[in-house]
Design a binder for this molecule. Structure first.
Ligand code: SF4
Length: 282
């Protein structure tokens, strides 16, 4: 993977599309993703975004936005004003086109510096979205943002591997452990089952979610990948691998069955799709 350093003018991006009703802004500390060659990189919708990739294979590059915190501080007043006027509140999604805790974060500390900047200028709401168990190493810093932060940890299944696909960024066990640690520290934690992959023991899986999180969000690649009927994901090896493990899981009806089980185990704490990401739990 080619890692380069760069600077950015405006790190706060006004949201559109899927995120339009979730937050007013997204914030990407990096362009590209250090997990592009992991399991989630296979189905990552950003890999299809030519504006981000500029023709480069997904997982082959990472641009480190070294001035992200400085850019946040410089633009936050203007963007907050816009968000309050146009969207009702200033809400930030960190991150939608990269992972805030890519392995390179330990060296560059870009996300860390952004979080530190947010302590002085907090958004009304901050969603920290990650596939990495290393988010738990930032527990002390995240606690400084406890009033506004919601930590989303993606755990798509109780299985670590699907046939023919790479390993996840962090094991299922490590991500559950990270969720437990953050919740024990008093943070609001949500498990994002997104996209939903074949779950071997659904009741045990959602019971585990219930132990270590305040809520779950369930999202299928159909309806969740930004294309009509999941056509974007259907061009990847993911649906075939899902069906090889468990027939019917690449159909939307599978999501409904898993939602029904999740609601039995976590009543009032289950979000679905974009409404769930926006904080509506039923
Ligand atoms: S961590 Fe997120 S942005 Fe990175 S490859 Fe996985 S899904 Fe894509």
């Amino acid at each position: 993977m080619q890692v380069t350093e760069t600077t950015i003018k405006g790190v706060l991006t006004r949201t559109s599309g899927y995120l339009r009703d979730v937050t007013s802004h997204s914030l990407q500390p990096y362009r590209g993703c250090g997990f592009g060659n992991a399991l989630c990189g296979e189905y990552c919708y950003v890999r299809h975004n030519a504006y981000v990739t500029r023709g480069r294979p997904w997982g082959s590059f990472l641009e480190v936005r070294t001035n992200a915190a400085e850019s946040y501080v410089r633009t936050v007043a203007r963007e907050r004003k816009w968000a309050e006027r146009e969207r009702g509140a200033f809400r930030v999604f960190l991150s939608s086109a990269t992972d805030p805790f890519v392995p390179q974060e330990k060296k560059y500390g870009v996300t860390e510096s952004v979080l530190q900047a947010m302590i002085t200028e907090p958004p009304d709401e901050l969603i920290v979205q990650t596939h990495s168990a290393t988010v738990a190493d930032y527990s002390d810093l995240l606690q400084e943002l406890k009033a506004c932060a919601r930590i989303h940890i993606t755990i798509e299944s109780d299985r670590d591997r699907l046939p023919g696909l790479p390993a996840p960024a962090s094991s299922v066990a490590a991500r559950f452990e990270a969720a437990s640690r953050l919740r024990a520290a008093g943070l609001r934690v949500v498990i994002t089952v997104s996209p939903l992959l074949p779950i071997e023991h659904p009741r045990a899986f959602f019971a585990r979610c219930n132990e270590c999180a305040d809520a779950v969000i369930v999202d299928h690649f159909i309806g969740g990948d930004g294309s009509a009927n999941g056509s974007r994901t259907r061009r990847t090896p993911l649906p075939e691998a899902m069906e090889a493990v468990q027939a019917g899981t690449a159909e939307l009806a599978y999501r409904e069955r898993m939602i029904a089980i999740a609601r039995e185990i976590m009543p009032g704490c289950v979000g679905v799709g974009a409404r769930g990401f926006a904080g509506t739990f039923e």
